[in-house]
Design a protein around this ligand. Structure first.
Ligand SMILES: [Zn+2]
Length: 654
C-alpha cells in the first residue's frame, strides 16, 4: 500500500518536522544545540544538562572514553530520531539527510556487542547487570525502538543494515529469555519490544518474532514478584546495584497476568503499548481470548478514563491512570506519548474488528493532544497536555510543576518530541484499512496513491475540505473487480449526502456508509459540521455544570490572550458560532465566537476572603462579554497565559 498524504493541514506539521525538528534534534543529540533542557517536573534526579545520547554510543563503540550520561533509556532518543528521519526521508528523499542517517546507522553498528547486545548504559557502566534490573533498565524498550527505527529505515532506503543489527539483538534476547534454567523468565519494565517485534515480523515474515512478542505479553505478571526477586538475586550474588526500591508492579502492569487484568492501571504509556500489542497479536493469530482482553482495557479507558482531547493519564504520580471518572483538568498528566500509544492501540483494534469508535479515537488523539504536543515553530514541545492552565499555579504550586504554560525547547526525558515526529511522518498508514473486497476510509485527510483491496490494487484519491462544511471527494481508478468502499460518517457531522454517481440516501451502517463500486468512479460525501457542546458524565467531578466545545475533529479552548485573565469567572450563555479566522502567528484556522458573561468582583468584597450569603453580600453581578475560542491544539503559541477547555454554562438553549 503506498498512499501518500497530500494534506495541507498535516503537511504543515511534516514540513516542520523535516525542516526544523529533525535538524534541531540532531543538534540536541550531538550536544550542539544552544538550548535549555527543561525538566518535565521538579525532580533533582532528572538529567537536564545535555543530551549526550550520541556521545554514549561513541563511548560504547570505543570511539571515545567517558561515562554514560542521561537516562537508562537515553539510547531511545537516537532510535526515535532515526525513525522520524527515515520516515521523513521516505516522504522527501535528500542526500544530506541520508548521510546523517548513515552516520547514525554506522555508529549503532559499531556500538553493538559481538553477541548482539546493545544498551549503552549497561555496556559502559554495568555490564554485569545486563538484563538483571528489568524493572527499570529499559534494555528491551530501547531494543524495541531500535527495531522500529530499523523497519522505518529499511522501508525508506531499502537498506537492511539496521534490520541485521535488530535481528542480531533479537537472537541475543532469545538466547537470554525464557523458562529454561539460567534464562530470564520475565518481561521488560517498559513495554515496547512487544510492539516492535510485530513490525519486525511484518517486514521479515519471521513468525518467531510474533511468538516472542506473545511470550513477553503472557509472561508479564505471572510472577508478580519477578522484578524484586531479580534484585534480591543480584544482592545474593554480591553485584553492585545500588539501592533496592519498592516496586509498584501495577505501574508496570505486572501485578497479575494480562488475561486477568480488568482495568487500565499504572503508567499510561506502558498500558497502551501492551494493549496495542495484544490487539496486533490477536489480529495475526485470530486469537479471540487476547482480543477480548484488549477490548476490556479499551472499554475501561474510553468509557471512564479518557479526556475529551484524546488524552489519558490522570495523575503525574507514576504518569498513570487513577480510577474511573477521575479526570482532573489541571493536575492530570495527559502525556503526548500516551495519546500516541492510544492511536497505536486504536489502529491495532481496527485490524480485528471494524468499529467506528476506534477510528474516532484515532482522530481525537491526532487532531487534539498529539499535535498540541508541538509548537508551531517545530522547536518547542509539551510533554503534559492540560485542559486548564493558570501559569501562576504552574510556577508556584509544586503539585503543578509538571503542568507547563509554555512549551519548553527540550526535556531531560525527551520521549515525546521524537515520538510526535515519527508518528506524524507516518500518518498515511492510519487513513484506511482493507479487508477482503472492502476498503474502509477512516480519517479525513487528503491522500493519493495505490491501495490493495482483495486481489487488486486500485488508485485512490481522497480530497477533504472541513471549513464551512465537510466535503470528502473520492476518486477511484483502475478498478478491475467489484469492491465496497466504506466511508466514515463522523459522529460530529450531520445531514450527510452523497453526490456523484452514487447519489442516494445515506444509510448509516455502524458509523460508515457503504458504496458498491464496479468501475472507475468519483463521488463526494458532504455533511454539516455543527458546533457541539459536550457535557461529561455526571460522575466526572471536575466538569459538573460545564461544557467543552467541539467542531469537526477539533476540541476548542479559551485563551487569556483572547478572553482576558481569570478565565474561571467566565461562563457561556449561547451556542458558539463559526468565525473564519486567520492569525499571523496561528495561521488559518476556524475560530468560534459566543456570547458569555464574566462575574464582576464588586466592592463588597473589600479585603475579605469569605462573605455570608444574604448578609452584606449582594447577588453576584455579571458583565456581558464575547468569548473567543481557538482549536485546542493551537494553544500556547502566542503569549503566555491561562487556558481552559471546560467552561461553565448558563441558561443555554441546547
Ligand atoms: Zn513522552
Amino acid at each position: 500500500m503506498t498512499i501518500v498524504l497530500k494534506d495541507a493541514f498535516w503537511n504543515r506539521y511534516t514540513e516542520l518536522i523535516r525542516n526544523e525538528m529533525i535538524p534541531y534534534q540532531w543538534d540536541v543529540l550531538h550536544d550542539q544545540a544552544d538550548i535549555f533542557i527543561d525538566k518535565e517536573r521538579d525532580d533533582a534526579a532528572i538529567p537536564s544538562e545535555k543530551s549526550h545520547a550520541i556521545e554514549n554510543f561513541n563511548i560504547a563503540a570505543g570511539n571515545k572514553e567517558g561515562n554514560h550520561y542521561g537516562w537508562l533509556f537515553q539510547d531511545s532518543d537516537v532510535y526515535k530520531w532515526l525513525e522520524s528521519a527515515a520516515n521523513s526521508y521516505a516522504l522527501h528523499p535528500d542526500d544530506k539527510l541520508l548521510s546523517m542517517i548513515d552516520e547514525v546507522v554506522s555508529l549503532i553498528e559499531d556500538a553493538q556487542e559481538e553477541d548482539g547486545y546493545l544498551s549503552t548504559y549497561y555496556q559502559i557502566e554495568a555490564p554485569e547487570l545486563r538484563f538483571r534490573r528489568l524493572f527499570e533498565s529499559h534494555e528491551l524498550y530501547c531494543a524495541g525502538h531500535l527495531i522500529e527505527a530499523a523497519v522505518a529505515h529499511y522501508k525508506a532506503t531499502g537498506s537492511k543494515r539496521l534490520i541485521k543489527v535488530s535481528e542480531k539483538f533479537v537472537e541475543c534476547i532469545q538466547a537470554s529469555f525464557g523458562p529454561e534454567k539460567g534464562k530470564v523468565n520475565g518481561a521488560d519494565g517498559h513495554q515496547e519490544i512487544e510492539l516492535a517485534l510485530i513490525k519486525l515480523y511484518e517486514v521479515t515474515g519471521n513468525t518467531d518474532y510474533v511468538d516472542l512478542s506473545k511470550w513477553f505479553l503472557e509472561i508479564r505478571g505471572t510472577d508478580p514478584h519477578f522484578y524484586s526477586k531479580q534484585l534480591e538475586e543480584n544482592k545474593d550474588r554480591g553485584l553492585n546495584q545500588g539501592h533496592i526500591p519498592h516496586i509498584n508492579t501495577a505501574y508496570h502492569q505486572a501485578h497479575k497476568p494480562i488475561y486477568e487484568q480488568e482495568e487500565a492501571v499504572g503508567h499510561a504509556v506502558r498500558l497502551v503499548y501492551i494493549a496495542a500489542t495484544m490487539a496486533e497479536v490477536a489480529a495475526i493469530h485470530q486469537d479471540e481470548k487476547l482480543f477480548k482482553t484488549a477490548q476490556r482495557l479499551w472499554e475501561n479507558i474510553i468509557t471512564k478514563r479518557f479526556y475529551i482531547t484524546g488524552a489519558i493519564g490522570s495523575t503525574v504520580h507514576g504518569e498513570a491512570f487513577t480510577f474511573d471518572y477521575d479526570l482532573p483538568n489541571d493536575t492530570m498528566y495527559c502525556e503526548t506519548c500516551a495519546s500516541i500509544g492510544l492511536l497505536f492501540f486504536a489502529q491495532a483494534m481496527l485490524k480485528n474488528k471494524i468499529d467506528v469508535e476506534y477510528a474516532e479515537v484515532m482522530e481525537r488523539t491526532l487532531y487534539n493532544t498529539i499535535i498540541s504536543g508541538m509548537a508551531l515553530d517545530g522547536k518547542h514541545f509539551f510533554y503534559v497536555n492540560p485542559l486548564e492552565v493558570n501559569p501562576l499555579a504552574s510556577s508556584s504550586d509544586p503539585g503543578k510543576s509538571h503542568v507547563k504554560a509554555t512549551r519548553p525547547s527540550w526535556f531531560g526525558c525527551a520521549c515525546c518530541p521524537p515520538n510526535i515526529a515519527r508518528t506524524l511522518t507516518s500518518l498515511n498508514k492510519y487513513v484506511s484499512t482493507s479487508y477482503e473486497n472492502n476498503l474502509y476510509l477512516h480519517l479525513f485527510m487528503d491522500v493519493e496513491g495505490t491501495v490493495k483491496v482483495g486481489g487488486q490494487s486500485i488508485d485512490l484519491s481522497q480530497k477533504v475540505n472541513m471549513k464551512e462544511q465537510g466535503v470528502v471527494e473520492i476518486t477511484i481508478k483502475n478498478v478491475k473487480e467489484p469492491l465496497t468502499i466504506y466511508l466514515r460518517l463522523p459522529s460530529w457531522g450531520d445531514n450527510f449526502h452523497i453526490t456523484g454517481k452514487y447519489s442516494g440516501p445515506v444509510i448509516n451502517e455502524n458509523g460508515y456508509v457503504s458504496i458498491e463500486v464496479t468501475e472507475d468512479t468519483q463521488f463526494r460525501l458532504t455533511f454539516d459540521m455543527p458546533v457541539l457542546m459536550h457535557q461529561a458524565h455526571p460522575l466526572v467531578r471536575d466538569n459538573r455544570g460545564k461544557v467543552a466545545i467541539q467542531r469537526g475533529p477539533f476540541v476548542y479552548c479559551l485563551e487569556e490572550e483572547d478572553n482576558g485573565e481569570d478565565l474561571h469567572l467566565l461562563s457561556l450563555t449561547e451556542r458558539p458560532v463559526v468565525t473564519e479566522m486567520s492569525d499571523h502567528s496561528l495561521g488559518d484556522y476556524v475560530g468560534l465566537k459566543a456570547k458569555g458573561k464574566r462575574a464582576i468582583i464588586d466592592d463588597s468584597w473589600n479585603n475579605q476572603l469569605y462573605q455570608a450569603l444574604g448578609k452584606e453580600s449582594k447577588e453576584e453581578t455579571f458583565e456581558e462579554v464575547d468569548l473567543n475560542f481557538i482549536p485546542y491544539h493551537l494553544w500556547a503559541n502566542r503569549s503566555k497565559g491561562e487556558m481552559m477547555v471546560w467552561l461553565k454554562t448558563d441558561n443555554i438553549e441546547y
